[in-house]
Ligand binder design. Structure first.
Ligand SMILES: *[C@@H]1O[C@H](CO)[C@@H](O)[C@H](O)[C@H]1NC(C)=O
Ligand SMILES: *[C@@H]1O[C@H](CO)[C@@H](O)[C@H](O)[C@H]1NC(C)=O
Ligand SMILES: *[C@@H]1O[C@H](CO)[C@@H](O)[C@H](O)[C@H]1NC(C)=O
Ligand SMILES: *[C@@H]1O[C@H](CO)[C@@H](O)[C@H](O)[C@H]1NC(C)=O
Ligand SMILES: *[C@@H]1O[C@H](CO)[C@@H](O)[C@H](O)[C@H]1NC(C)=O
Ligand SMILES: *[C@@H]1O[C@H](CO)[C@@H](O)[C@H](O)[C@H]1NC(C)=O
Ligand SMILES: *[C@@H]1O[C@H](CO)[C@@H](O)[C@H](O)[C@H]1NC(C)=O
Ligand SMILES: *[C@@H]1O[C@H](CO)[C@@H](O)[C@H](O)[C@H]1NC(C)=O
Ligand SMILES: *[C@@H]1O[C@H](CO)[C@@H](O)[C@H](O)[C@H]1NC(C)=O
Ligand SMILES: *[C@@H]1O[C@H](CO)[C@@H](O)[C@H](O)[C@H]1NC(C)=O
Length: 748
């Protein structure tokens, strides 16, 4: 593609763009009839003018769009009038010849016309308001002739001067230039320029006289004009055009009425009328469709007041108040005023929403911070409570299922219903015991100690580990612990029937506890303690054996509990120096004096429990006289005085065989010996009690017992040193009794 090709292409595109722009212009409102061209060159041609048949109102308004001699496309009115612009306000700008009266050495130049005319159709007249008749020259007079309301009209003007001296540039003041107004409704004009002396006097600077009608303010006189105008041929001039010759009133009902919809008729000052769009409309009022409504709301200036919104209506617009505002006319003008209620609502909603947002954010933040703090605290407690040591120890254990479980704080909170007071099943100096339900529906007792000595953490953990491994039917099982709380929580199996203390000392219940049961419970406690002292590794000294630390399960099987003060005895030691701890009434007097803790302290305490079982009296009671306050002392003094059966529980004396009662009493007395060395071991005590129990059971089960069964029973308990020596079943009771008596004597 050569340069020419590119040029063609560019031209085509420019053409397309121009067409598109014109199309866009058409959308705003049409100015010509449908399917009619509406431009010629760069001049818009509105109806009633038209470029071809059926596009103009009548042939007087035909515009011949042709190229002039210079190739420029120009709209030409009939009678060869060149148009430069047309306005719908009833005016058309045209070009009009200048009449020039030119002389060469006093001789008229015939090739230059000193007379021109405009033979325009009667629908057009020279605008009286926008034109002047101007004459320029120093030896010139000129006429303007025409018809006005079907009568001829003539006016003229003389311009003379001797030199250029008195002329003022920019002013047509009568020297070298004169001008006159145009009368109203002047048509079909002739302009003629003449001279008095053939410009012979002024030929140097003004060889011609000029006369023309020009649009006001387009011609600016200057001294140069006297010469230069010779080169000009045409001047712009304004024609007025009107429709018809009748008034609006006359034409209103006629078919020839030219004004379209939404337009109004205006009487011209000449004959005829003009059409005008009504206020609020725009477009071409001469088209049959008439004027279009202006959408004032596209203009930002409409409805500028606060709370107003623009609403377009035909021919006008309104400014109704938007929601939340109401119309207020009190100021004399319409104002939209904000509704107090909606202001409040807005305020309320705004404040409310921001408040909620702030609340949600801050509580969220607060929760996060709190959560972090809690986690940190839990971790701190866990470490402080020896959680790490415990975890280490547990991980070393091989049989991990049998040992302590570490519970979380949340599990504990859930199990105790957030430490509900209604779930408290025990309370005392040691702390509080809650009944809890684990997620697997297992019922447990959760013990919350009051304080824990930080120096003993490791020991505490040791105990947790050891105790959790104890699996004896007469020892309350430790299931696990929770270390995430400030004080560690211990989780035990739940024993439903309360303590032995309550059982024995409950007034209505006490008389129903049979000798058999009492003996069994005693045997069971002894069994448990024996286990702790001898079977556990390392051995455990309970240290606080008392009836209120013995629990009873659903079948009244005794279970030793509360190892809060218990001490593990290192394998190579048999006694420990500790702070004296325990419960008055049960406390080993030797231990109290020496602070040397041995397993025999438990034996003493057990002795007291045994006496409690026998007598049904409390270990320590301030209700009793001073010398009888300590049950142990009291009991021993009774034994000394051989008044055993006075102190024993009444119904036991009836139920139990006297020998057996004496035997047990003697056993208790041995347990209560002041010197630990003199007391039997728990193993011995347990064996003795178990043996006694079996003999009793046998006698209860089969009063006419035969010797073989007795032998069998005795044989089974052959590990007891006491029964090894007994050969005949019939002698058993006696020898036991003798033994008791012997020992009682021994005790004195
Ligand atoms: C338009 O003008 C041209 C040239 O002036 C002429 O040849 C042509 O006939 C005119 N057309 C009409 C319809 O008058
Ligand atoms: C129309 O006017 C032009 C000058 O504007 C002239 O050249 C042409 O000859 C005229 N035509 C007629 C038909 O008068
Ligand atoms: C002016 O010129 C005309 C014709 O050209 C002539 O008839 C006339 O006499 C002249 N007038 C004077 C004063 O020269
Ligand atoms: C104008 O005058 C002409 C002839 O003088 C006459 O034929 C015509 O009817 C008149 N028109 C008006 C409107 O007076
Ligand atoms: C006319 O010309 C004078 C001097 O040249 C100038 O000052 C003035 O502004 C002009 N007036 C117009 C309307 O062009
Ligand atoms: C133009 O004038 C003629 C003659 O007076 C008349 O017949 C015609 O109706 C007029 N046209 C318009 C549109 O007024
Ligand atoms: C035009 O017609 C209307 C009714 O269609 C009538 O009332 C009115 O008087 C008429 N006007 C004239 C000027 O004839
Ligand atoms: C006037 O304009 C309105 C809105 O543009 C239009 O609905 C109505 O038809 C027009 N009236 C006439 C007579 O054309
Ligand atoms: C009619 O003439 C008066 C006074 O000259 C003028 O104010 C008015 O605008 C003219 N009307 C028209 C339609 O030209
Ligand atoms: C538009 O409405 C306003 C107020 O209602 C009124 O003052 C004005 O004259 C109206 N304009 C038109 C063109 O109807």
């Amino acid at each position: 593609m050569g340069f020419f090709g590119i040029l063609m292409q560019v031209t085509r595109w420019v053409g397309v763009i121009i067409l598109l722009e014109l199309a866009a212009a058409e959308i705003s409102f049409p100015i010509a009839l449908p399917n009619c061209p509406y431009t010629c060159g760069d001049v818009e041609i509105p109806y009633p003018f038209g470029l071809r048949e059926d596009c103009y109102i009548d042939p007087n308004f035909y515009i011949n769009c042709t190229s002039n001699s210079f190739g420029k496309t120009q709209p030409i009115l009939p009678k060869n009038i060149t148009v430069t612009s047309i306005s719908l306000e009833g005016q058309a700008e045209i070009l009009m010849y200048i009449a020039k009266d030119c002389y060469e050495q006093g001789v008229l130049d015939p090739s230059i016309w000193n007379m021109v005319w405009l033979n325009s159709p009667l629908n057009f007249s020279v605008s009286n308001t926008q034109n002047k008749f101007v004459v320029v020259g120093c030896d010139t007079y000129a006429f303007l002739k025409g018809s006005r309301q079907n009568e001829s009209y003539t006016t003229g003007c003389i311009s003379a001067c001797g030199s250029t001296r008195d002329m003022v540039n920019g002013f047509c003041s009568g020297v070298g230039c004169c001008e006159v107004d145009i009368p109203l409704g002047l048509k079909q004009i002739i302009v003629q320029s003449k001279s008095f002396d053939n410009h012979t006097e002024v030929t140097n600077f003004n060889p011609c006289g000029y006369a023309f009608i020009s649009k006001q303010d387009t011609f600016n006189f200057s001294i140069a004009s006297l010469l230069n105008l010779r080169d000009e041929t045409m001047m712009p001039m304004v024609l007025d055009w009107v429709i018809g010759t009748e008034t609006c009133e006359d034409v209103a009902n006629k078919s020839s009425y030219a004004c379209g919809g939404n337009s109004s008729c205006i009487n011209s000052n000449k004959s005829g009328y003009l059409c005008k769009c009504m206020d609020g409309y725009r477009g071409n009022p001469y088209l049959p469709d008439g004027c279009q409504d202006i959408d004032e709301c596209e203009n930002d200036d409409s409805c500028k007041g606060p709370g107003e919104k623009c609403f377009n209506i035909p021919g006008n617009f309104t400014c109704p108040c938007i929601e939340g505002y109401h119309l207020d006319r009190s100021a004399g003008v319409d104002l939209c005023v904000i509704n107090q209620s909606s202001l409040q609502v807005k305020l309320f909603v705004g404040v409310g929403i921001s408040f909620i947002v702030v609340l949600v954010c801050s509580s969220w933040l607060y929760l996060i911070v709190k959560q972090r703090k809690l986690i940190k605290l839990k971790q701190r407690f866990f470490e402080q409570n020896g959680g790490l040591i415990l975890q280490q120890k547990l991980s070393k254990q091989e049989n991990s299922t049998a040992i302590a479980k570490i519970f979380t704080k949340e599990e504990m909170q859930k199990a105790t219903n957030n430490y509900d007071e209604n779930l408290i099943i025990g309370q005392g100096g040691f702390g509080t015991v809650y009944k809890g339900i684990l997620p697997d529906n297992g019922i447990v007792a959760i013990k919350k100690s009051k304080t824990i000595d930080e120096n003993q953490i490791e020991q505490f953990i040791n105990e947790v580990v050891v105790l959790s491994q104890i699996n004896h039917r007469n020892v309350v099982k430790l299931l696990g612990c929770c270390l995430e709380t400030q004080v560690p929580l211990l989780v035990y199996e739940f024993i439903p029937n309360g303590t032995l203390f309550e059982y024995i000392h409950h007034e209505s219940q006490a008389s129903t506890i049979s000798w058999e049961t009492r003996l069994r419970i005693a045997a069971e406690i002894a069994e448990a303690l024996s286990y702790l002292h001898f079977a556990a590794s390392p051995p455990i000294i309970h240290r606080d054996v008392k009836s209120s630390n013995i629990l009873l399960d659903s079948t009244y099987v005794a279970k030793v509990s509360d190892f809060g003060t218990s001490r593990l005895v290192p394998l190579d030691q048999t006694q420990l120096a500790t702070m004296v701890q325990g419960t008055l009434g049960y406390l080993d007097p030797e231990y109290m004096q020496t602070s040397q803790l041995t397993e025999k302290s438990d034996v003493y305490s057990f002795g007291v429990v045994l006496v409690e079982l026998l007598t049904g009296k409390k270990a320590l009671s301030f209700d009793r006289p001073e010398e009888e306050r300590s049950l142990a002392m009291y009991f021993i003094s009774f034994l000394k005085d051989n008044r055993l059966f006075e102190i024993l529980e009444k119904h036991i004396v009836k139920e139990g065989k006297a020998e057996h009662l004496k035997e047990v009493a003697h056993l208790a007395k041995r347990c209560l010996r002041l010197k630990g060395e003199d007391r039997p071991t728990m193993k011995e005590v347990a064996t003795e009690l178990e043996g006694l129990r079996k003999v009793e059971m046998h006698s209860w089960a089969n009063v006419d017992s035969n010797s073989e069964e007795t032998k069998f029973l005795l044989g089974e308990t052959s590990n007891s040193y006491k029964y090894n020596a007994i050969n005949k079943s019939t002698n058993v009771y006696n020898s036991v009794r003798d033994h008791v008596i012997f020992d009682l004597d021994d005790g004195r």
